[in-house]
Design a protein around this ligand. Structure first.
Ligand code: C5P
Length: 363
């Protein structure tokens, strides 16, 4: 029997890993569609999406942290004063002297969340999904540097294979330079017969953004794990601190964009400018992802998180075939398979790690 908290009788650790894999697949598709389905003049602002994400995630984490604190101190049986003292205690914890530690991953995650929009708007869904797996490499490197984790030669070898797999997918995608958005429309959707919006993709820009996002992902994830596991503070309090520090870098680009609508319509109305169903779906999926990621980092670790997200390649590919009529190429097959085999190798338990050309020799 697994230790740790459970949900409906199942270990939270595994429920969160599987949910994260599904969420990752959904996010690439929803985000990509939200960016390419409208002409540039009607596009929502990614900066607004990043800010709304942090506001919602922070609010949800605050409510969870408050309810947990109130139930621990049995506030409901002590009436208003009970709730009030829980609220004061929570605020003291949020603004504790070590809260500044969260400013580093907060800044990194805001940069990463913004880069994701650049990447997803310039690469096909499946290519983005596979290339983004490079974050397993950066996460491993930062785990070795910051958490002093030791990696066996098999694990390094699997990382090498992972890089090759990601490279193969890159090569096949770089040969496609301009892709009209209509190719990405759901099969049979109303948009299929709509006038063609030519959304010019720039794979070079997309790969640049995804590479930078891999670095911020690895560093921020490992740093968050270090802060979480080196202190007793509640996960949800840490999440509130993370969102609070994220608000500053998330709000700056909004003023920087300084669209005339900010002055004409007011701050909130202009943030929500062009925010349709797909934009809201993107933000909701990101919020869910942020919350699950925090749970995964707490109850598993960043390495297992990488495994879960690699699984999402499979989900995302199946969904792309069904929704966008995505056609599979042999190099995509080879690249994706290499990534998946490398991920499997990386997650082999100790004792099964000696690998030869013909298979795995138990030691
Ligand atoms: O791609 P990666 O797994 O690094 O993405 C992690 C995502 O989870 C980021 O969007 C980040 O903002 C979010 N996150 C969060 N709260 C945490 C940890 C990560 O919202 N505690």
């Amino acid at each position: 029997q697994e230790g740790g908290p459970t949900i409906c009788g199942m270990p939270l650790k595994y429920v969160s890993l599987v949910t994260l894999a599904v969420q990752n697949a959904a996010l690439s598709i929803v985000m990509h569609y939200s960016r390419v389905s409208t002409p540039a003049s009607e596009a929502y602002s990614p900066a607004s999406a990043v800010l709304l994400n942090e506001l919602l995630k922070g609010t949800i984490s605050f409510v969870i942290a408050f309810l947990r604190m109130a139930s621990a101190s049995d506030a409901s049986n002590r009436g208003f004063l009970g709730w009030w003292s829980s609220l004061r205690r929570l605020c003291r914890e949020i603004f504790s002297p070590d809260c500044w530690k969260l400013s580093i991953p907060a800044l990194l995650y805001v940069v990463q969340n913004s880069l994701q929009f650049v990447a997803i708007g310039n690469l096909p869904v499946a290519t983005f999904q596979v290339t983004y797996q490079m974050k397993i490499l950066t996460t491993a490197a930062f785990s070795v540097m910051l958490l002093r984790k030791r990696l066996s030669s098999t694990k390094w070898m699997s990382l090498f294979f992972l890089a090759i797999g990601v490279g193969i997918v890159q090569i096949q995608s770089s040969s496609t330079t301009h892709i009209p958005a209509r190719q990405e429309m759901p099969v049979g959707s109303a948009h299929e017969s709509a006038p063609l919006h030519i959304h010019i993709m720039s794979p070079l820009k997309g790969f640049g953004a995804v590479t930078a996002a891999c670095f911020t992902s690895g560093l921020a994830g490992v740093y968050f794990e270090m802060v979480l596991k080196n202190s007793k503070a509640d996960l949800w309090v840490r999440n509130v601190q993370l969102s609070l520090f994220s608000l500053i870098p998330a709000i700056l680009p909004i003023f920087w964009e300084s669209s005339p609508t900010y002055y004409r319509d007011g701050f909130f109305a202009s943030i929500l400018h062009n925010f349709g169903g797909w934009a809201w779906a993107t933000v909701a999926t990101q919020v869910l992802g942020g919350l699950i990621t925090a749970i995964v980092i707490k109850y598993s670790d960043n390495i297992l998180k990488g495994f879960a997200t690699s699984l999402s390649i499979v989900f995302s590919f199946l969904a792309s075939v069904a929704l966008f009529g995505f056609r599979i190429t042999p190099s995509f097959m080879i690249g994706s398979t290499t990534v998946l085999v490398a991920t499997w190798m990386y997650n082999q338990p100790p004792g099964k790690e000696l690998v030869t050309i013909t298979g795995v020799i138990p030691v």
